[in-house]
Design a protein around this ligand. Structure first.
Ligand code: FAD
Length: 442
C-alpha cells in the first residue's frame, strides 16, 4: 500500500490532486463536512477549461457547459460601457457548480480516491513540528501528508501553531463578501448589454454584476465590508433603475459567501502539510476566480509529492510545490493583488474618469481564460503613454499612480527572489519581504 494522504475538505484543488495521487498508487481519503450530492452553490461558475487537462481531468460532456458571454464593464456613473472581445480559443466555460463537482468527484473516484462525507474537520493533529493528521467530529485520522482544501476559513490552516509561520486569517480588505441570487424576469425590455459588470456602483467600494439570461437575471453584489439582506434589497432596487428586467422573486441562490482576493499564501507548506485552493488564497485577486488556479496547483502539488520518492513530505521536499506555483501562477497573481490594493484607494470620481477618458479601454478588460498576470491586460507602449497623459490631466490620480507602479514592481520583485531551496532562515527572510510588499495602510 502506498503512503497515506488525507485531503481535508473537498475543495477543487484537493480533489484534483487526490485523483492524480490515487492513480499513482497513494492511499488517498477526502474528508468533507457536507452530505454526498450537496456540494457547491446553486448557481453557475466560469473557469478556464484548459485547467482540467493540466490536472489530467477530461472535459465534461458538451451538454453540461456553454462558453461564457463577453462582459461589458461600467464605471460608477455607467456613462461608458466597455465590452470585452475575448477570442474564441481563450473563452472560459460556464457550468453549474454542482456539475463541476460531480465531474471532478466522478473522475477522482474512478482513480481510486475514497471520500468520507458528513465528517467535519476541526483542527490539525500536531506532533512536534509536524502535522500528522486531522481531528474531526468522527475521531482523529492520521496520514503521512495532509492536503488542506478546506477553503478560505480552513480549520486546519487557522489552527496551525504560530511557530509554523503560516498566515491564518486574511485581513478584511483581502476578502470580498458576495451576495448572489437569480431573480425572475420582470419584463422583456431589451438590454443594452447582456452581462453588465459595474465598479463602485452607487459610490460604494465594490463590484456588482447583472447578467440578463433568457428566463432570469443573475445579480451579484460584492463588497469589501459586511452588509446584510436589507442592504441587498436597497441596492437591488438601485440596480433595477437601470435594469428593469430584475424581478423581485428570488428563484435560485440568495446566499452570502466570501472569496479571498489577495496575494497567495506566503508559506503554503510545512512538515506533513500543504495548502491548496482558497485555503492558500489562490484566486485571481481582482475577479475572485479560483477554480482553474486550484486545478493547475493540483498538478504542481501532485508532481512534487510524486517526486518525493522517500515519502518524507517535509518542509524541504514540499518546498518545490510553492516555488513552482509562484513561478507559473503566484507571481502574476501577486502583481494583480498589488494593483488591487491601489484600486481600493480610488474614489468613484477617479473610477469614472478612468472609464470616461479612455484610460481603460476594451482591450484592457478583454481578460480571457488565463488572466493570471498583469500582461493579460493587453497593453503596450503607445497605450501606456496614452494612459500616462490622461493620468497627468487628473491631479488626484496623478498623486496615486506612481505608487501603483512601485507596488506592482515590489510584488514581482519579491516573487522573483523566492528561495529555490528550502532553508528555515532564507524562507523566513523571504516571507518577511513578500508580506511587506502588500502592507496596506487602509
Ligand atoms: C459567489 C462565488 C462565485 C464564484 N465564482 C467563481 C467563478 O465563476 N469562477 C471561479 O473560478 N471561481 C469562482 N469562485 C471562487 C471559487 O469558488 C474558489 O476559488 C474555488 O472553488 C477554489 O476554492 P476551494 O475549492 O479551494 O474551496 P471551497 O470552494 O471553499 O471548498 C472547500 C470545501 O471544503 C469543505 N470544508 C470546509 N470546511 C470544512 C470542514 N471544517 N470540514 C470538512 N470539510 C470542510 C467545504 O464544504 C467545501 O466542500 C466563486 C466563489 C464564490 C463564493
Amino acid at each position: 500500500m502506498g503512503k497515506k494522504i488525507i485531503v481535508a475538505g473537498l475543495g477543487h484543488g484537493g480533489i484534483a490532486a487526490a485523483a492524480i495521487l490515487a492513480s499513482e498508487g497513494y492511499d488517498v481519503t477526502v474528508y468533507e463536512q457536507k452530505k454526498e450530492g450537496t456540494l457547491g452553490y446553486d448557481w453557475t461558475d466560469i473557469f478556464a477549461p484548459n485547467a482540467l487537462g493540466i490536472a489530467g481531468i477530461p472535459m465534461p460532456p458538451e451538454d453540461k457547459y456553454e462558453f461564457k458571454e463577453d462582459m461589458t464593464f461600467y464605471g460608477p456613473s455607467e456613462r461608458v460601457g466597455l465590452r470585452q472581445h475575448v477570442p474564441e480559443d481563450d473563452l472560459e466555460i460556464k457550468m453549474e457548480r454542482r456539475d463541476i463537482y460531480d465531474h471532478l468527484i466522478r473522475h477522482a473516484i474512478g482513480c481510486g480516491v475514497k471520500i468520507e462525507y458528513e465528517t467535519k474537520v476541526l483542527s490539525p493533529e500536531i506532533l512536534g513540528s509536524r502535522v500528522v493528521g486531522i481531528k474531526t467530529d468522527k475521531g482523529t485520522f492520521y496520514a503521512d501528508l495532509i492536503i488542506d482544501a478546506c477553503g478560505l476559513n480552513s480549520p486546519v490552516r487557522t489552527n496551525l501553531p504560530d511557530s509554523f509561520g503560516i498566515e491564518k486569517n486574511p485581513a478584511r480588505h483581502e476578502k470580498i463578501t458576495i451576495y448572489r441570487a437569480f431573480y425572475n424576469k420582470a419584463c422583456d425590455d431589451e438590454v443594452e448589454a447582456k452581462f453588465k459588470v459595474c465598479l463602485f456602483k452607487d459610490n460604494i467600494l465594490g463590484v456588482s454584476w447583472v447578467a440578463s439570461e433568457d428566463d432570469h437575471t443573475d445579480v451579484l453584489i460584492g463588497r469589501f465590508n459586511d452588509f446584510d439582506i436589507d442592504e441587498v434589497k436597497r441596492f437591488t432596487q438601485v440596480l433595477r433603475e437601470s435594469n428593469p428586467r430584475i424581478g423581485t422573486e428570488i428563484i435560485r441562490g440568495g446566499q452570502f459567501v466570501e472569496i479571498p482576493v489577495r496575494q497567495p499564501l506566503s508559506i503554503m507548506t510545512t512538515d506533513g502539510y500543504a495548502a491548496i485552493g482558497d485555503s492558500a488564497f489562490m484566486t485571481v485577486p481582482i475577479i475572485g476566480s479560483g477554480i482553474a488556479n486550484s486545478l493547475k496547483a493540483a498538478r504542481i502539488l501532485a508532481d512534487t509529492v510524486i517526486a518525493d520518492k522517500n515519502g518524507l513530505f517535509n518542509c524541504e521536499t514540499l518546498w518545490p510545490y510553492q516555488v513552482n506555483y509562484y513561478k507559473t501562477l503566484g507571481s502574476g497573481l501577486a502583481a494583480i493583488a498589488a494593483a488591487k490594493l491601489m484600486i481600493l484607494k480610488l474614489t468613484p470620481e477617479e473610477a469614472d474618469y478612468a472609464f470616461d477618458s479612455g484610460m481603460i479601454n476594451e482591450d484592457n478588460i478583454t481578460i480571457g481564460a488565463n488572466f493570471t498576470n498583469i500582461s493579460a491586460l493587453n497593453t503596450d507602449l503607445p497605450d501606456i503613454i496614452t494612459k500616462a497623459k490622461l493620468v497627468c490631466k487628473n491631479p488626484s490620480l496623478l498623486k496615486k499612480m506612481p505608487a501603483v507602479g512601485a507596488r506592482v514592481s515590489g510584488a514581482i520583485g519579491a516573487c522573483a527572489v523566492i528561495p529555490k531551496r528550502y532553508s528555515p532562515e532564507r524562507v523566513k527572510a523571504w516571507k518577511k519581504l513578500y508580506e511587506y510588499a502588500f502592507k496596506y495602510d487602509g
